[in-house]
Write a protein that binds this ligand. Structure first.
Ligand code: ATP
Ligand code: MG
Length: 538
């Protein structure tokens, strides 16, 4: 977020310098208070301007919403400040994207936190096109909170430093969604699957009506698996049976409520994510004789997920199939992936998932966070010894990551709980750190797995990568795995610039293609080898 006062030059000529200092001080304090109340971070003041981060130093799942609310508060508050008779107006621009945050050391100045990347520039440019006391956001920001605010589309603007015209939207105000999930998540598709769970919930309601005694139901599952959606459906069923529905968020009341519903015609339904189970033994002890049913929501079945994606199938069936596979039964992830794919950004991890994962990552201790980041470099599956090696430690204790359901046990290895968690963490790593970790991973796999060694060197951007691909391909070919060998040699050739390496790779490719029975291609590869042969011997 970039926010700036309107008309600073005029003010500086009209006000006594001491009064001006006071005005600016009051304004800075106002910005800092508002930003602080939404847990944002004022990184820099540049005269009347302020550069503000949401998502750093600590990410929240709803950082975009926090930023927009803070911005609206700022444009309401600043004109009311005491300003020695001056009219104070402010403009705010907000954009979303990856940035590198670090200390920027200016000549002779103390270091300040600065953000490097396109996003801060975009926010500053959007700020400049905002009307006084208006908030303007980029499409990348609006997409994260489409329902929670009212917008006016300002069309596309050519902004300095941006080669393509940029879509800008003015934030008009907060819309009033029923709850925070209606807000961030777009209009729901019809409920898919969950028949057994609904039958169970219907049974609970019927028993409650018959006996005049209720019970507590606890719906648990990972983020986005569909707890709130199921609860909505439950409320619909309950209303049909003339129950009144009430929603609350306060944990301490719940145990007492649970104890109460056991003796009156009421049902208490609670939802929670898996990672921080608040209903522990101590909680249960306070609920008296209340019966508690637990519904663990599993991922949707592939058929159900496909049904959920059906509206998109006609647009691009193969992309939809890939999204269904990648979402692995998580309806939220599926929705976000589909939306990304339809906008032509299929490969990227959607910003909303990135935010969700980043928030979970930021809640970890530093050592767990660093551990999980290194694990993400190893891939969706990893083992403890490799991870400890990457971290330069003798051992790594995965207990807390297991307890928080970020990873799970898979034979004698570990698996990220969801492939998208691994991808989002990997994407969030600085490239320099990522390369360093890949380099270490390559040396771990040196004698253990030539293929993984080559792939890690490749991702580390190492010069040794083509030679490693050659070595890995030789091993694969030696074991009659010619398809794998071919893939490795071809990747090696994409990277190799050294003539001797190109010769060896082309020669091996010819050999592999010969064994695969593709004679014309084999001949062509041998020809290419000959063309780069360093000497007569070759
Ligand atoms: N069975 C389903 N059929 C159709 N859509 C679903 C289903 N389950 C979930 N969805 C959709 O997937 C998205 C995520 O679901 P929901 O918000 O209920 O997840 P949640 O488990 O409550 O997540 P959180 O832990 O973040 O609260 C929503 O847009 C919801 O409408
Ligand atoms: Mg929910």
């Amino acid at each position: 977020m970039f926010c700036d006062l309107v008309g600073s030059t005029a003010r500086s000529t009209q006000l006594d310098p001491e009064d001006l200092r006071e005005v600016i001080g009051t304004y800075h304090k106002c910005v800092a208070d508002v930003i602080g109340s939404y847990e944002g971070f004022v990184a820099q003041y540049l005269g009347d301007g302020a550069l503000i981060f949401f998502g750093y130093p600590r990410a929240h799942e709803d950082d975009a919403a926090r930023a927009l609310r803070a911005a609206l508060d700022i444009v309401h508050a600043v004109p009311c400040l005491n300003s020695h008779g001056q009219k104070l107006e402010v403009r705010v621009g907000i954009a979303t994207g990856p940035v590198v945050v670090g200390e920027i050391i200016g000549a002779g100045k103390t270091p300040e936190k600065g953000a490097i990347g396109e996003t801060p520039n975009l926010a500053a440019r959007l700020q400049a096109i905002a009307a006084p006391n208006a908030v303007v956001v980029s499409a990348s920001t609006q997409r994260l909170v489409p329902q929670q605010f009212h917008y006016r589309d300002l069309g596309r603007h050519s902004l300095k430093g941006f080669s393509q015209a940029v879509q800008a939207l003015q934030v008009l105000g907060v819309s009033d969604p029923k709850n925070r999930f209606d807000a961030t998540r777009t209009a729901s598709a019809p409920l898919t699957g969950r028949r057994a769970e609904l039958a169970q919930l219907r049974g609970v309601l019927e028993a409650c009506k018959e006996q005049g005694r209720g019970r507590a139901v606890y719906i648990r599952g990972e983020a986005g698996i569909g707890k709130t959606r199921l609860l909505e459906e439950f409320c619909r069923l309950a209303r049909e049976q003339d129950f009144a529905c009430h929603t609350g968020f306060v944990l301490t009341w719940l145990a007492a409520l649970a104890a109460t519903v056991a003796n009156c015609p009421a049902v208490l339904v609670m939802t929670s994510r898996l990672e921080l189970d608040p209903l522990d033994q101590a909680w249960r002890a306070q609920t008296g004789a209340c019966q508690l049913s637990v519904i663990e929501l599993a991922p949707l079945h592939a058929d159900e997920a496909t049904a959920l994606a059906a509206p998109y199938l006609r647009v691009n069936a193969t992309a939809v199939t890939r999204c269904v596979e990648r979402a692995a039964g998580n309806p939220l992830f599926l929705e976000q992936l589909l939306r990304n794919a339809m906008e032509g950004a299929e490969a990227a991890v959607p910003g909303s998932i990135q935010g969700l994962v980043q928030a979970r990552l930021d809640r970890l201790d530093a050592s767990d966070r660093v551990g999980l980041q290194a694990a993400a470099v190893l891939g969706q599956r990893f083992n403890k010894a490799a991870l400890a090696y990457l971290l330069g430690e003798t051992d790594f204790d995965p207990q807390r990551l297991l307890a928080r359901r970020l990873i799970r046990i898979f034979g004698d290895e570990f698996l990220f709980d969801h492939a998208l968690i691994q991808e989002a963490i990997y994407d969030g790593l600085l490239r320099s750190r990522r390369r360093e970790l890949h380099r270490r991973a390559a040396s771990w796999f040196d004698e253990r797995d030539k293929v993984l060694k080559a792939e890690h060197l490749d991702r580390a951007g190492a010069e040794a990568a083509p030679a490693a691909y050659l070595e890995a391909a030789r091993v694969q070919a030696g074991e009659y795995r010619y398809d794998a060998a071919r893939r490795l040699v071809e990747r090696g050739l994409e990277l190799a610039s050294d003539q001797a390496e190109r010769f060896s790779l082309s020669y091996l490719l010819g050999d592999v293609l010969y064994h695969l029975g593709d004679m014309p291609a084999a001949l062509e590869a041998f020809d290419r080898a000959l063309a780069v042969a360093p000497g007569d011997a070759e």
